[in-house]
Structures are given as structure tokens and as C-alpha cells.
Design a protein around this ligand. Structure first.
Ligand code: NAD
Length: 269
């Protein structure tokens, strides 16, 4: 029940009907007796500036999760950014301070790492391959570096995009081995598909068959795609005896990070 006294958080994007955060947050708020609720906002881009002005003045709103297509668009319109959101030029959560200032962070990568820890993956000293260097791939790659991977390889059909991200990460984490070249999957402790390949039941794999043939059972294979839950890559990895991590697990593992940044849940939920 939303009452006059209920404090709000929001999720903004367009389209919005497919997002799972409102169910996840509202279930948590109800189960923990919190007088809080999340609403979903399908916003036209032309209304973004007016929306931000409203957020600054919206006194019973604590924060707002940001999804496609506004993660990058909002970066230059907020009043402050975390170091990683500034480096990635992307936000996926905003906190409204009591004086109305709006601060942004990006916790996609932290959600990914939380889920990976649940699969016994500790990033420190490990070797990782991230396929896809767009919004979510960049966030995952950044968090893997922050967590101290030894070696990170970034692959993208746009070699320019992969190269730009590798350069950004090399300057932020000069002690790590960060590149864009690899010949085999052997030796990677973690393989992440952070591209949309495999989404919507196309049956597509993000890597050619000859490379997939070098996948070893010791590698944790993760996908960011949430639908289908078991993507063609995950199905292949499972058939090779690998541990797998789904996009839904990543999204769920991020709830505490989003909620804690907005000040409405503890970090561990
Ligand atoms: P994006 O468009 O910013 O980036 C996608 C990148 O993948 C691009 O750089 C593109 O060139 C690259 N790419 C496409 N095909 C490729 C291929 N075959 N090999 C290598 N690279 C390829 O998109 P995004 O915002 O990063 O989202 C990517 C996916 O992540 C989407 O499917 C989105 O739904 C999903 N996502 C999941 C979560 C979660 O919590 N599970 C969170 C955010 C986004």
C-alpha cells in the first residue's frame, strides 16, 4: 500500500514494462516492513531535463535507478558522480540528497562481482575475458580491475570501442595486464558475454565455434543477457562442464548495491 507517508524510489527508462527492479524492491520493502515503494517511469527523452528538475524538488523521493536508454545521457546533467561513473561516463543509479542535489553511480559491475562471488569466483589475481565493451561490459571490466584481476582481455566487434576501453582501464589501473588480443579461451578463469548476442532466442553465440572449442571446464562462464535465462553460450558452457552465471543472477545480486546507494536497503540483502 502506498500511503501519504510512503517514501519513494523510482526506475526510469524507456521502454520500462520489462524491468524487474520494481517487483524485487517492492517485495523486499514489504517483507521487511518498510514504508517505501518503487515506481516505474517510462520517460520520453524530451522530458529528461524537466524530470531532473522535478527529482531535485521531490522531497519524498530518495533516488532513482536508471536503465536503457538514459545511462549515458544523464551523466552530464547530475550534480555529482562517483569516480567509476565519471570514468565510465555512465550511471545506473541516482541518489537525491536532502538538499536536492542528485548524485550518480554505476553499480552494474559490482552486481556482477557479487553474483560471481556466489559462484566462488574471487577476481584477485585471475584472468578474465569480457566480450562486449558497451555500457555493461565497461562497468564489469572496471569492477574486475578494481577487484584486482591479473589479466583482462576486452573483445568487441567494434575494435575501436574495445581499444578505447582498454586504454581507459590501462591508465586507471597501470599495474594490470589489459589487452584486446587472445587466440584461445584456455587459461581464462572467467569468460563474460557482455554483448546482447543471444538475446531473444536468436540462438546466436558471441564467439566462433573454433574458439569455443578451447573452453575449459575450470572457466566460470557468465552472461549478462536476461532473456532467455539460459543463453546459447551458457548452454554450451554447461555442456562443457563449466560453472555458469546468468544475467538474472547478476541483476538480482545488484539490488543491495542500488538500494544502499539510494539509502533504502543495506548493502547485503
Ligand atoms: P551496448 O549497446 O552499450 O553494448 C553492447 C556492446 O556489445 C557493443 O559495444 C557492441 O559492439 C558489442 N557487441 C555486439 N555484438 C558483439 C559480438 N558478437 N562480439 C563482441 N561484441 C559484440 O549495450 P549494453 O547496455 O552494454 O547492454 C548489453 C546487454 O546487457 C543487453 O542485452 C542488456 O539487456 C544487458 N544488461 C544486463 C544487465 C543485468 O543486470 N543482467 C544489466 C544491464 C544490461
Amino acid at each position: 500500500m502506498i500511503r501519504g507517508s510512503t517514501e519513494l524510489v523510482a526506475i526510469v527508462g524507456s521502454p520500462i514494462a520489462q524491468v524487474k527492479s520494481p517487483e524485487n524492491f517492492n517485495t523486499w520493502f514489504a517483507n521487511h516492513g518498510q514504508n517505501l515503494a518503487m515506481i516505474a517511469i517510462d520517460l520520453q527523452e524530451a522530458a529528461l531535463d524537466a524530470f531532473l528538475a522535478s527529482l531535485r524538488g521531490w522531497q519524498n523521493l530518495r533516488g532513482c535507478v536508471v536503465t536503457v536508454p538514459y545511462k549515458q545521457t544523464l551523466v552530464d546533467r547530475l550534480d555529482g558522480l562517483s569516480e567509476r561513473a565519471a570514468a565510465l561516463r555512465s550511471v545506473n543509479v541516482i541518489r537525491r540528497e536532502s538538499d536536492g542535489r542528485l548524485l550518480g553511480d554505476n553499480v552494474d559491475g559490482e552486481g556482477f562481482l557479487n553474483a560471481a562471488r556466489q559462484h566462488d569466483f574471487q577476481a584477485k589475481g585471475k584472468s578474465a575475458l569480457v566480450i562486449g565493451s558497451g555500457g555493461v561490459g565497461s562497468a564489469i571490466a572496471y569492477s574486475l580491475c578494481q577487484a584486482g584481476v591479473r589479466r583482462l582481455v576486452i573483445a568487441d566487434v567494434s575494435s575501436e570501442r574495445a581499444g578505447t576501453l582498454a586504454e581507459l582501464l590501462r591508465s586507471a589501473f597501470p599495474a594490470l595486464e589489459i589487452g584486446t588480443e587472445y587466440r584461445s579461451l584456455d587459461g581464462f578463469d572467467l569468460l563474460v558475454n557482455a554483448s546482447p548476442v543471444g538475446m531473444g532466442g536468436t540462438g546466436e553465440l558471441p564467439l566462433p565455434a573454433e574458439l569455443l572449442d578451447s573452453l575449459q571446464a575450470a572457466t566460470l562462464v557468465a552472461d549478462v543477457v536476461t532473456s532467455p535465462e539460459i543463453t546459447p553460450l551458457l548452454a554450451f558452457a554447461r555442456s562443457r562442464g563449466c560453472r555458469i552465471q546468468t544475467g538474472a543472477q547478476m541483476a538480482f545480486a545488484q539490488l543491495g548495491n542500488l538500494g544502499a546507494f539510494m539509502g533504502v536497503t543495506p548493502l547485503e540483502i
